[in-house]
Each structure stands twice: as structure tokens, then as C-alpha cells.
Design a protein around this ligand. Sequence first.
Ligand code: SF4
Length: 320
Amino acid sequence: MNLKKVDTVISKAEIENNLPYHLLRVGLTCNVNCVFCNIPMESNVYPARLGLNELKKEIDKISKKDPRPKISITGGEPTVRADLIKIIEYLKKRKTKIIELQTNAILLSDDNLVKKIKKAGLNKAFVSLHSHLPELHDLLIMQKGGFEKCVHGINNLLTHNIQVTLNPVVTSLTYKHLPGYIGFIHTNLPKISSISLSVVQPNGRAMIYKKIVPRYSLIGPYIKKALGLADKFNIVVNNPFCGLPLCIGEWHKRPNRCLEHNESIVNKDKLLSSRPKELSEKMKPRQCKYCQFNDSCNGVWYNYAKIYPISDLKPIRYDQ
Ligand code: SF4
């Protein structure tokens, strides 16, 4: 793919905004059973539940290294914990700059809970709404009625001025509907201005239901169309570590929206090596050495290369 040189110059503030937060993993217990979950309960990669004291120690450790950290509470599903408010209060006490909650939002359909987490100090929510088509969302999370509760939860968060970023995980069942998803957000959830676009990671349960992993060459045109539509509606879409290599879906035209590219600018060593073990399982085929983004893209998951041909990856080149 020969192209004009892509402008990759971005401001420090822009890079920092796109870097991931510190993760506070509270345990793998969850109230749904996503068919593609990459670290399901049965994996035992993390404990089912960490105690409040263990979590406080973890928060202290993060705060010691970074006095004003941005911390994302993750699971499993953090809202199933009866002590979630105490965790948020402790994060606030330790002067956490931004407190984010990663959630499926099902239990946030209870407005009372949302009021409490807002009062405790929650600033942001990162919500897994996987499809705008209720039957597909419910099928993916394996819970009937999940879509309705999730959207209700999102509306409760927005009503209480908690900023919401959506985190749909693109699957082989949903990729063709992506432009429709963007349209749905614009029409039905107009206060949402950011989306983190993940794609099924071929690990954990997704390796049992391999067909749920989409082939990148097939989803590329739909990603491109969805990104164009999001631009039109002023919705910012980011490409996280669980997203796509830059040569798919024309992400290379938006390098400042790609986490791996931004990390490579902040610190080259961060590429691959600093990732938690379960996330460091990416590889690059030989053709990547001819790509403009060879130093700022981690390639594809090892397991992806076992399912689909990596010849689908076409190096991005520009005329010198
Ligand atoms: S480095 Fe490889 S995987 Fe990444 S964008 Fe370039 S060709 Fe694609």
C-alpha cells in the first residue's frame, strides 16, 4: 500500500489523554457470561474476588508511584461488589485524579446505585454496549434483557453527569452493523462523545467459540465506514490495545487515536515489553518490516495468526 506520508505529529496532551489508566482489578466475578471473555472466571488468571484491604494496599502502591493517578476499576464486573462505594471513597481519599468504572452497566439500571457512586467520587464510566441490536447484545453477553438494562444504566450515568465512554467489542456477528451502531449512538445517546473500539481478543472463551473472532480483512471496510460516520457526528473513536493493527480499517490515517502508536511515542520500551502477561501475546509477520508503522504497532494476537492468514496485513508505505 503506497501512500503519501502520514502526519504522525501530535501534542503531548493529546497523547496523554489517549494513554490507558492504572487498572485496579477487583476480581473476576461477573454477572454475565460473554461468549468472547478473554479472562473469564474459569481461567483463574486472577482471583474471583480481592478483599477490600488487598485493594487498599494496591491503591496505596499506585498512589506511591503516581501521586495523582487516573485509575480504572475493572473486573469481572465491579458493580457486583457490595463494597464498591467504599473502594471509590478510598480512591477519592487517596487523591485519585480520575476514577473510572469499567462495567456492563446492568446493575446501574438502579438509579440509587448510580447516585451513590457519583457521591462517592466516580468521574467516568467505560461501558460495554456491544451492539445497538438488543438480540445481538443479549446473545453476546448471554443474558436476556441485558441490552435494555445496559442502556438504562448508561442513561442513569449521564443523568448524574458521569462521563461515559462506550467499549463495544466487535465480533463476527456485529461488524457489519458498526455504522448502524454509530448512528444509534448519535440519535439515542447524543451525550456520548467517545468510543473505544475493541475487537474480540482470541484468548479465553473466544478460543472455544473461535467463530466469534472476526477476520480483520473482512471488518476493515466497516470500521472505515463507521469511523467516517463518527467524524460526521463528532464522536471520537479510539483504537485501544484490544483493537486493530493500524493497517486495518484505515486506522493508519488516525495514528493519534491508536494507543500503541501513542505509547511508542511516549516510551519505545512500552511496545510489547511492559504489557501485563495476558496482553503481551502479539506477533508481527515478516512483511511488517516494510511498514511505516513497524515501530508503533504490535501486530496481531498469536492466536489470531492460528485462525486467519496474516497475509491479510498489508504494510503501510509512503513515497520518500
Ligand atoms: S506493522 Fe504490520 S500489523 Fe502493524 S500496521 Fe504495519 S503491516 Fe499492519
